[in-house]
Design a protein. Structure first.
Length: 767
């Protein structure tokens, strides 16, 4: 038995492909088996009613049918794991029938269908589908349970018409992306024909030149019915529509275009909110192949959407220097504001995908940052971390109570590298606002949650979400539920009494507000006591062995939340050859020889190797970008920017200028925060701007030389090293300060010897 969605030209071909195909094939077969079992169970229900007939249109509203619908979704999704025409057609058949059964679409298959239609070249059906949903979504009176109403009945709509109806109101991001791709394909298809008057000197008749790219049926049909109207008018209108939709998509979710052109594989998230990074992950999972299979589509999007890119901030402070986690604790060395919460922000209750899901499964220990500090990081979202917290109290409710608290940030151990994995302390005699307080287990548990929020700069470490795991129902239920009523009642209980531990509750809410303003969401997760053993043990140890504290005192781990760090200078050079190392060696071997004769030069040819070097405690002092591969590997790209702002010198040379397109070039500098854009490309003699370069260095650089270069335009005068004229805003060589580092660009595509001298100067290696 096989999946029957892959055709082979011979038995030998099938045998050769079997090891690769078996995994996907087995998933398809298993999902189909599950679907058949669910269908059989529905058909075997007691009674004579056939739910597949009587429930058409409202299937999802019948609770007993939902397991079947989920199984059918899984079967269709499994088919899409095989990239063949038949697999896509079969998956589309499943999704279409799911809409027939359940008009209200409880599983969101309407967001998948347009992209499958585009992959199959069924552009007219795609546009009809998108327009029907855009029309009906604005009709609040439409009764989804009434199977007699028209449903997906729009046919032969004008796919070349205005996009006005899609540019207002609220529309699915996935539908907007599909429509953008459809309009782009139409624009590219008609552009391929050119203007008949320009080509032949007469207007279009019954014949037309055959374009040099695959052209869809809609464009071919349009060419045959265009009459005497000129192609250029329609092409210009389609271009305007496509570019307008690019802006609409960016307004709906500013993460989308950057993630699409990065061409990194994504997985659908467990949940998302509109406008979030998780929403983009879901939409990319649905649409990525349709974009990749549409010739020139991603390249065009890259070129036309770079202007939307936001400057990468990463773990950068206002001064432009990154804060990264480092070993060791610092007690009481910085005064964070102690602020009462206003009651406008509350933490959320974390809900795992399954009731049996444990923190260890969802948040495995993961080395992070240059220091490889271990944090518990989400498998599905590297931007979310988890900490375990607990409190303990000896003689709770009795004479002379003493309490302690603990936070576990990483895997506890006995070596020095684990010193900041567990942070703990004695519960103070006074609260954060100076009130005397009696130690209790409830106060200790609250104090632990507060410590988790104040012990380090979570945003500087690169996180936008923090999950606090505790076995204390008092903390979780109080912060996510009871506190809302207390705030509403003026910090009194339902019975009119004063809320116990009000000072700690107010500080906890104040911390949640503080982090909300800085872009960090806070969730609380009630876990079984046995899953919190490390925090429990540390809290008990602090209770019995910790130093008594009178005043409230912060204990923090990592670098200061306000003080920047830097790197020491040196001559360790990393060459990033992520696209074509052999080309770099062949064309720029002389530059390599010059560098290696003066300094140690490491190479990284894969993303994994690059990240391993860039995240070391002592990163390279110079990073040489030797080709354009960095622009499609965003994790490396962002890590390079972090190192740049911390003090590393980054030089774009070698094959970089000849291996990036306009969108990649402009996007690269926009992400850094520079206005530089791709300029002209020609051979000329360029001259050194001596008023920009230090006098001693200028005396050792060529005063002028000829090079064939890709110029960068919009380069500020203070950064332009070599230009064609004194008044030009284009530079063949530029060197700018970014944060605490320097960014150099050498546009020479042929590796002139004079350019080698320039690169050596930027690297600090010029004798």
């Amino acid at each position: 038995m096989d999946c029957k969605v892959v055709n082979y030209c011979s038995t030998a071909h099938q045998s050769a492909d079997r090891p690769r195909h078996n995994a996907a094939c087995n998933v398809i077969l298993k999902s189909q088996e599950t679907l058949e079992l669910e269908e059989a169970a529905l058909r075997a229900r007691p009674g004579s009613v056939d739910v597949f007939s009587s429930g058409v249109g409202r299937f999802w509203r019948l609770v007993d049918t939902r397991d079947y619908m989920r199984a059918r979704f899984a079967a269709a999704d499994a088919l899409l794991g095989v990239n063949t025409l038949r697999a896509v057609e079969n998956a589309l058949g499943h999704f279409n029938d799911m809409l027939r059964l359940s008009r209200s679409d409880g599983l969101g298959v309407r967001d998948i269908i347009p992209h499958l239609l585009l992959r199959l070249g069924r552009e007219q059906e795609c546009y009809d589908f998108l327009k029907w949903w855009a029309t009906i979504d604005g009709n609040s009176r439409y009764d989804w349970s009434d199977a007699t109403l028209p449903y997906l009945d729009l046919h032969e709509a004008d796919a070349f018409e205005s996009v006005d109806m899609f540019c207002s109101g609220t529309h699915s991001l996935s539908h907007l992306v599909a429509l953008t791709l459809l309009k782009l394909r139409l624009y590219l298809d008609l552009s391929a024909y050119g203007d008949p008057e320009d080509v032949f000197g007469f207007e279009f008749g019954d014949s037309c030149p055959e374009p040099d790219r695959p052209v869809g049926t809609l464009a071919r049909r349009k060419m045959q019915t265009m009459g005497r109207r000129r192609i250029s008018t329609t092409v210009a209108r389609l271009k305007d529509q496509y570019q307008r939709l690019c802006r609409v998509v960016n307004d709906a979710n500013p993460y989308f275009w950057d993630d699409l052109v990065a061409e990194e594989t994504t997985s659908p998230p467990l949940s998302y909110t509109h406008g979030s990074k998780e929403e983009v992950d879901l939409v990319l999972h649905q649409c990525q192949r349709s974009w990749q299979e549409s010739e020139d589509a991603v390249i065009m999007a890259d070129s036309d959407t770079w202007k939307f890119i936001r400057v990468y901030e990463g773990s950068i402070t206002a001064a432009g220097v990154g804060n990264t986690p480092t070993e060791g604790l610092r007690e009481g060395t910085e005064k964070l504001e102690i602020k009462r919460g206003t009651g406008i922000v509350f933490p959320s209750m974390f809900k795992p995908p399954l009731t049996t899901s444990s923190p260890a499964e969802l948040f495995p220990p993961t080395p992070m940052g240059r220091s490889q500090t271990v944090r518990f990081v989400s498998r599905n979202d590297r931007g979310t971390a988890l900490v375990y917290v607990d409190g303990a109290c000896a003689n709770n409710g009795q004479l002379e109570p003493r309490a302690g608290w603990a936070v576990v940030l990483g895997t506890p151990g006995n070596d020095d590298k684990c010193n900041d994995s567990v942070v703990s302390g004695r519960l103070e005699d006074k609260g954060p606002f100076g009130d005397d307080a009696v130690a209790t287990s409830n106060r200790a548990e609250l104090r632990a949650a507060i410590a988790a929020l104040r012990l380090c700069d979570w945003r500087a470490e690169g996180y936008d979400g923090l999950v606090i795991a505790t076995d204390a129902s008092y903390v979780v239920n109080g912060a996510t539920g009871w506190a809302k009523g207390w705030v509403h009642n003026g910090w009194t209980t339902h019975g009119g009494g004063n809320v116990k531990n009000k000072d700690l509750w107010e500080l906890l809410l104040g911390e949640v507000e503080r982090w909300k303003d800085r872009g960090l969401r806070v969730d609380l997760w009630k876990i079984p006591r046995e899953w919190n053993a490390d925090a429990d043990a540390a809290a008990k140890q602090a209770t019995h062995n910790g130093v008594a504290e009178n005043e409230f005192r912060d204990t923090t781990t990592g670098v200061s939340q306000t003080k920047p760090v830097g790197t020491k200078p040196g001559h360790r050079i990393l060459a990033l050859c992520l696209e074509d190392e052999s080309l770099f060696d062949a064309c720029f071997g002389s530059l390599v020889s010059h560098i290696t004769s003066r300094a140690k030069m490491e190479r990284a040819t894969t993303q994994e190797a690059a990240l391993a070097i860039l995240t070391q405690d002592s990163p390279p002092s110079v990073i040489l970008i030797a080709d354009g591969g960095l622009t499609s590997r965003r994790k490396v790209w962002e890590c390079v920017i972090d190192r740049l702002r911390e003090g590393t010198t980054v030089v774009l040379a070698g094959s970089f200028s000849s291996m990036v397109n306009e969108g990649q070039f402009n996007r690269f500098f926009a992400r850094v925060g520079l206005p530089w854009q791709r300029g002209s490309y020609h051979r000329t003699t360029v001259s050194l701007c001596r008023d920009v370069v230090d006098g001693d260095l200028a005396s050792r650089l060529p005063s002028a030389y000829s090079q064939k270069a890709l110029f960068a335009k919009n380069v500020e005068r203070s950064a332009a090293w070599y230009t064609e004229s004194e008044t030009s805003n284009e530079a063949a060589v530029a060197f700018a300060k970014v944060g605490s580092g320097r960014l150099g660009y050498v546009g020479d595509v042929n590796g002139e010897e004079a350019s080698n001298v320039v690169v050596l100067a930027m690297c600090g290696l010029l004798d």
